[in-house]
Design a protein around this ligand. Structure first.
Ligand SMILES: [Zn+2]
Length: 63
């Protein structure tokens, strides 16, 4: 039981989701996590995810 249970904004789909994982400072909801797992590296969508993560890393570096 967690009393401070709350939704977080997913960094990929920009929706508030109660469940997900954290990659660096980016929160990724279960749905997007599943998509990432099932996305082939050659697909444009995968590149989209990588760009998001890169942006997050840069933001972290400069903050
Ligand atoms: Zn999401």
């Amino acid at each position: 039981m967690e009393n401070n249970y709350k939704s977080e904004m997913c960094g990929i789909c920009n929706r508030e989701k109660p469940k997900g994982i954290h990659l660096y400072t980016l929160f990724i909801c279960c749905d997007c996590e599943q998509k990432m797992i099932h996305t082939e590296p050659c697909e444009a969508e995968y590149q989209h995810y990588l760009d998001k993560l890169k942006n997050m890393k840069q933001t972290t570096l400069y903050s």
